[in-house]
Design a protein around this ligand. Structure first.
Ligand code: B12
Ligand code: SF4
Length: 326
């Protein structure tokens, strides 16, 4: 390693319907990467533009029913100038965030001309080559699960970083691309996401997590597994995280929830997995253990309609369990 680096990771503005719910919850992608960077001794700043500029609405040209919400590019730049980063990472969960990423990246490049700008997340991973052809202010795309590969890249920069798995870069007029890093198998070995780098109280004040039908604003959102063996034709998630299912042990999930209760005082848990109920034994174990916390649990996303019947029955035993759309 070439010494401690200063890294800023940014979740950009989102697009939402003008008069409908605008959601805001901690972006798990940058929180997960930040935790590994911190573990490896780097200094990290997280900027969730959606959280910090929640009331900052911009109408979209030719789209009267849509708004963009989140910090303006200038507001993000004034945050990054104070921090003076060695590397800038921008995340995008949704393809609809691409234009916000491009405009932010141009503003960041102008303010920090010598600092590498790296774009990651689902959209960048599936469109790496076109992103680099389209937007000159983005230096690199890093495709795939980047919990380890992004810290590797940070440690290699500004030197020879071209061996980094998942890297997409320009070489003259060509765009070159390494194969993605292997899927992370041992989910228990990942540190807890770095929620402490975000203003969690502000998320609670806004109170608009994934499932907005909440009984307490103090909601924690977690992902206890990655990957899904199914192949629903409309789903980009299983394409991205793969078809092999990788789950935290029940003990690790309970430890994660304990951490969220103790550190952030959460009263409700929302589980974001693609397929939380795939392993019924694990789910039952988790549910038994979670009873101790007396928190409400919702699954805004995490159950297939044909989840095992027994699992559904046991979930009903968890105090306050409620199921969102599956
Ligand atoms: C939580 C979630 C939401 C939340 C997001 C809030 C938030 N701030 O996080 C909310 C409720 C807002 C939401 C809404 C929607 N969602 Co959604 N959502 C998810 C879900 C279930 C989990 C995302 C997550 O936390 N993943 C866990 C983290 C760890 O993964 P990650 O972010 O990908 O990060 C990893 C890598 O991508 C990479 N990475 C990430 N960032 C960066 C940055 C850098 C610099 C680098 C190098 C790497 C990197 O490394 C990370 C660690 O491995 C995903 C499904 C999924 N499995 O991801 C769908 C998903 C993202 N949603 C999807 C969709 C379609 C929607 C909606 C359109 C649904 C709807 N019809 O309303 C809306 C759109 C909202 C909008 N206004 O634009 C699709 C996106 C498809 C696409 N390509 O655009 C997904 C993939 C689901 C699917 N089955 O296809 N969603
Ligand atoms: S079950 Fe859910 S995560 Fe799995 S392929 Fe179908 S939609 Fe995607």
């Amino acid at each position: 390693m070439r010494g401690k680096k200063r890294v800023v990771l940014i979740f950009p503005r989102m697009i939402g319907a003008k008069d409908q719910i605008r959601r805001a919850q901690p972006p798990l992608g940058i929180c997960s990467i930040a935790a590994v960077l911190e573990q490896r001794g780097h200094e990290v700043m997280l900027v969730d533009s959606v959280l910090e500029g929640y009331e900052d609405l911009t109408p979209l040209e030719n789209e009267p029913n849509l708004v963009e919400y989140g910090l303006s590019d200038d507001a993000v730049v004034s945050r990054t100038l104070q921090f003076d980063p060695d590397v800038i990472g921008i995340s995008a969960l949704f393809s609809s965030q691409a234009s916000a990423v491009f405009s932010l990246s141009r503003a960041l490049k102008k303010a920090h001309p010598g600092v590498p700008v790296v774009f990651g997340g689902i959209h960048a991973s599936t469109n790496g080559k076109s992103v680099l052809s389209e937007e000159p202010s983005i230096d690199f795309v890093l495709a795939g699960e980047s919990d380890h590969s992004f810290p590797d890249l940070v440690e290699r920069l500004p030197g020879d970083c071209y061996g980094t798995p998942g890297l997409v870069w320009r070489e003259g007029k060509r765009v070159r691309m390494n194969s993605k890093p292997p899927f992370i198998r041992d989910m228990d070995a990942l540190p807890f996401p770095a929620w402490h780098l975000l203003d969690m109280e502000k998320y609670f004040e806004i109170g608009m997590p994934h499932n907005p039908f909440i009984t307490s604003n103090r909601v924690g959102c977690i992902m206890t597994s990655r990957g899904c063996p199914e192949r629903c034709y409309f789903c980009s998630s299983s394409e991205y995280f793969g078809h092999s299912y990788r789950a935290m042990s029940a003990g690790r999930v309970v430890g994660l929830v304990r951490h969220m209760v103790d550190r952030f005082g959460i009263r409700e848990l929302q589980i974001e997995d693609d397929s939380f109920t795939l392993n019924a034994t694990r789910v039952i174990e988790i549910c038994k253990e979670l009873k101790e916390f007396k928190i409400r649990i919702t699954l805004p996303n995490a159950i297939r309609a044909d989840a095992p019947v027994d699992t559904e029955k046991r979930l009903q035993d968890v105090p306050g369990h409620a199921r969102g759309r599956g």
